[in-house]
Design a protein around this ligand. Structure first.
Ligand code: S6P
Ligand code: ZN
Length: 188
């Protein structure tokens, strides 16, 4: 008989918080998000240290391990820059064919998806919603609610992240508050 092994990572299913020695954390504040939001003046008017989102990642294998997987949690604070909801930078995967799953744990938001022809769609994120992000699709999550939006993600460790394309061309639509409700507004 061999003894049972305690898994090295655990997730709290009520908050999406990951716990474990090999979990890394990164933070993004307003000052880190230049050029991401539509209204740069409104972004500049907010204190630079205002937290926007935090990401936890568990990468059990080195990057570029063929067939390897990564697991993470993202926590987006409630808030807006002008009329645009706090959101992640957004990216394509560097290896374009790599897909990803998101599962919403708490809060409410929108998952903005854009294909390589710049066609945009947006899925509601609510506790329990499962989102399949196909390859060749840029993705960005926005918090449209008044509490933290938290979601789990699983993706191929060799997917990589292409932030450059988004930094240069942005998304073709933005999630903005119009008359008190979220609306996906196409960029001119
Ligand atoms: C990774 C996955 C998420 C994001 C996170 C932050 O492929 O999509 O873990 O990294 O939600 O978004 P971003 O766009 O700043 O990486
Ligand atoms: Zn991704």
């Amino acid at each position: 008989m061999t003894s049972m092994i305690e898994p090295s990572v655990a997730v709290r299913l009520d908050t999406a918080e990951l716990r474990g020695e090999c979990v890394s954390t990164s933070q993004r504040a307003i000052a880190d998000l230049a050029g991401i939001f539509r209204d740069e003046a409104a972004r500049g008017a907010l204190p630079g240290e205002t937290p926007v989102y935090r990401v936890q990642v568990w990468a059990p294998t080195p990057e570029n391990t063929p067939g390897g997987l990564a697991w993470g949690s993202t926590f987006i604070q409630p808030g807006k820059v002008g009329d645009e909801y706090f959101m992640t930078r957004g990216h394509f995967h560097a290896r374009r064919d790599r897909a990803e799953f998101y599962v919403t744990v708490q809060g409410e938001g929108g998952l903005i998806l854009m294909d390589e022809q710049r066609k945009v769609r947006c899925e509601w994120m609510r506790p329990g919603s499962v989102h399949y992000i196909p390859g060749h699709t840029a993705h960005r999550a926005a918090n449209t609610g008044s509490s933290v939006l938290a979601f789990l993600a699983a993706w191929n460790i060799d997917a990589g992240h292409d932030y450059e394309t988004i930094a240069r061309h942005g998304f073709a639509a933005r999630l903005r508050e119009v008359a008190g409700a979220p609306a996906l507004i196409c960029e001119p």
